[in-house]
Design a protein around this ligand. Structure first.
Ligand SMILES: [Mn+2]
Length: 611
């Protein structure tokens, strides 16, 4: 509670004078609810005494409270007082699963579903659904909309003391969608209703971002008429994720906004820990652990007790990474919140008041992509925190590929870089040459927001929030693409393997001038660094005279000799360990490839230059 007050005061002192009354009233309400909860907890053994006590509390504080209470809230409270007899009642799901739900049905407990013996026509339907949605909707249709997941969470999550249900903030769950498949959307809604406590879930606000598929028109409206607590709002033109979510938020009545993607399944107990942390400190944005639901079989893969947290690379692409040592040391329990430099974007909870305080979203962003990093930078730099909550798990269907393009990714990312990254934005620009030509629109109001909130600078963010991120040196003339003189259409290229980005073979590929896979940086420690997806260093492999990518040495340590290279004036790139030079050559089948060969500065195939 003291932390909450501190958070309230901090917010109030900056720019929230106008909501002071409401804050006081909601604070009073919390005290009031706490008394009520105490009453409920003890009521089993001493109902009579507590009833007297309750009447007294109401007499003493009643006038004051009623004066600031909204009428609707009052009526609802009285309703609750009549019906609530124990905290268990408060913890009951907003909507129980239907009585005829089959606990042994297809896909129950998150099991994988593979349909065998399909007729040719069914096979065709399945293929078509994958083509349309990049998700196997045909399989999804065979799985109950109410399926239950098994609960493999850490025992400290499952066996902890009951949550303070009477005192936790309420939430509105905001789900924006665009042309989403029927079953994945409806299952998201029911998974929220079945796994969120009655007392905490104010409503679900569905936002249709101008979908054109017929099932999302009247059929959806008709279907939702019978589902309590769900509201549907529609945009009048395609707005993109950011403005669709803002529209949803403008309709939300809860204390906290919880944003979900439209193809999720919430695990039991997902909501309480997100809200509890916000109750402790209103300036925290909480993020659940995002588990993977298979796009083809709908198997639920539990992500484990130690989740990965959000980061980014210098192309400003979101990346997952493991919990760094400094954060591991700071935490005292495996279920403690984990400070995360960034969020993946789709799933998080934030106090409505705090969200408004830090400037919600950048409404100048289109479609999707980039808004997650912008919000992450802004949160940390302007006095908030971003934390992954290990006890909160939500599954997300990662599609086979993006079902619709995100043409505005670069523009959105540029807005984030221009407003928040100070001179560090240069590292982004030199890795994204096309960014220099992109028009990112008017960002004045966002810059003013940064000033008004007196936010930290980006250096502070890197030093304090993301110290494990390597900052490139980017000395002029020591970065870019490395073009081969003998095969002048070809540049050094690295395509990170799918599962583990390290360990692939460095090769050559037609020069494309887009940075990315062909961007390398030569450092004063003689490393040739590659920092797409993650920070990696070019490594000589003596066994077969090839070149691979491995993790770089820590900044405090000397790089291994296999990762040291001499880029000489004569254009050769010599391995310090192998004492051989990188040579481009054609393999037997005429494909260009790389090997380490005896150095020969007169060979054009060993001659490389920055481009
Ligand atoms: Mn998604």
């Amino acid at each position: 509670m003291p932390k909450t007050i501190a958070a309230l005061l901090r917010i109030r002192s900056s720019c929230f004078y106008e909501v002071k009354i409401v804050e006081v009233s909601s604070y009073m309400m919390r005290i009031y609810r706490r008394f009520r909860l105490t009453r409920i907890a003890v009521s089993a053994s001493s109902a009579f005494i507590i009833t007297i006590l309750f009447i007294n509390i109401r007499k003493k504080s009643g006038d004051k409270l009623i004066a600031v209470k909204e009428k609707a809230e009052l009526a609802q409270d009285e309703q609750e007082q009549k019906t609530d007899t124990s905290y268990l009642k408060l913890a009951m799901p907003a909507l129980p699963r239907p009585e005829d739900h089959d606990p042994n049905g297809l896909g129950e407990n998150g099991a994988s579903v593979r349909l065998l013996h399909l007729s040719p026509q069914e096979k065709q339907e399945q293929e078509d659904s994958i083509k349309t949605y990049a998700v196997n909707q045909f399989v999804s249709e065979k799985i109950s909309l109410h399926r239950k997941l098994r609960d493999p969470r850490h025992e400290l999550c499952r066996q902890r003391a009951p949550f303070d249900y009477g005192n936790l903030p309420t939430t509105s769950v905001v789900i924006a969608f665009y042309n989403e498949g029927w079953t994945t959307l409806i299952r998201t809604i029911f998974s929220v209703l079945h796994n969120s406590p009655n007392a905490l879930l104010k409503e679900i606000v569905l936002v249709d971002d101008f979908s054109d598929r017929p099932h999302l028109k009247e059929p959806l409206e008709d279907y939702l008429k019978d589902v309590e607590r769900v509201r549907l709002v529609r945009t009048t033109k395609r707005e993109g994720l950011v403005r669709a979510r803002l529209l949803g938020a403008s309709h939300a009545k809860g204390d906290v906004l919880t944003f979900l993607d439209c193809h999720c399944e919430c695990m039991q107990g997902w909501l309480e820990p997100l809200l509890e942390r916000i109750m402790e400190d209103e300036s925290v944005i909480t993020v659940p652990v995002i588990d993977t639901i298979d796009w083809d079989t709908f198997e639920y893969y539990y992500g484990g007790h130690e989740p990965q947290i959000g980061g980014f690379d210098w192309r400003l692409t979101f990346q997952w990474h493991t919990i760094p040592d400094h954060e591991r040391k700071r935490r005292t329990s495996p279920v403690d919140p984990i400070r995360s430099p960034t969020m993946a974007g789709g799933l998080f909870a934030v106090s409505k008041r705090f969200f408004a305080h830090i400037g919600t979203y950048d409404a100048g962003m289109e479609i999707w992509g980039g808004e997650n990093l912008e919000l992450s930078f802004r949160t940390w730099m302007c006095g908030g925190k971003l934390e992954t909550i290990p006890c909160s798990h939500v599954g997300h269907v990662f599609p086979k590929q993006s079902p619709y393009p995100r043409p505005k990714f670069l523009t959105n990312t540029l807005r984030a870089a221009e407003v928040w990254m100070d001179d560090y934005k240069q590292h982004f620009y030199i890795r994204n040459p096309p960014a220099l030509k992109e028009n990112y629109g008017d960002i004045n109001s966002r810059k003013q927001l940064r000033q008004r909130l007196e936010c930290h600078d980006f250096k502070w963010y890197l030093d304090n929030v993301y110290p494990d991120l390597h900052v490139p040196e980017d000395k002029p003339g020591s970065y870019g693409a490395l073009r081969n003189n003998g095969m002048s259409a070809y540049c050094l290229d690295y395509a990170p393997p799918q599962q583990d980005p390290t360990g692939g073979k460095v090769s050559v590929f037609g020069c494309h001038g887009q940075g990315g896979n062909q961007f390398f940086e030569y450092t004063s420690r003689r490393e040739v660094r590659f920092n797409s997806e993650k920070e990696m260093c070019m490594t000589a492999v003596l066994a077969d005279d090839t070149i691979t990518m491995r993790d770089c040495a820590q900044d405090s340590r000397q790089p291994q000799r296999s990762q040291q290279w001499i880029l000489a004036e004569d254009g050769t790139i010599k391995s310090v360990l192998a004492n051989k030079c990188i040579k481009a050559r054609y393999s037997g089948d005429g494909k260009p490839q790389l090997s380490l060969a005896t150095c020969d500065s007169s060979s054009n195939y060993q001659n490389w230059y920055w481009t």
